[in-house]
Design a protein around this ligand. Sequence first.
Ligand code: ZN
Length: 83
Amino acid sequence: MSDPTYPADAYRQACDTANRAKDLLENAEAAIARVREIHQPIDALNVTIGKGQQVCTGCGKDDGNWEIWPCPTIRALDEGGRL
Ligand SMILES: [Zn+2]
């Protein structure tokens, strides 16, 4: 068991904490990237208004229509800042 009152042990513990934080950040970034791959914009024709618009490839509505881009998932991610 290390003693954090010794500089070498405190340094080692700080490095372990930083490495764990780095792993967590990398895992979170990878998860966000996977979500963004699912929620891509694609051009579609909105027959109701008679013109094209972008919709999300990963989201649909209960009524069978596509979700307009950016969908709620992408908006939620973007509120936290783009990685
Ligand atoms: Zn989406």
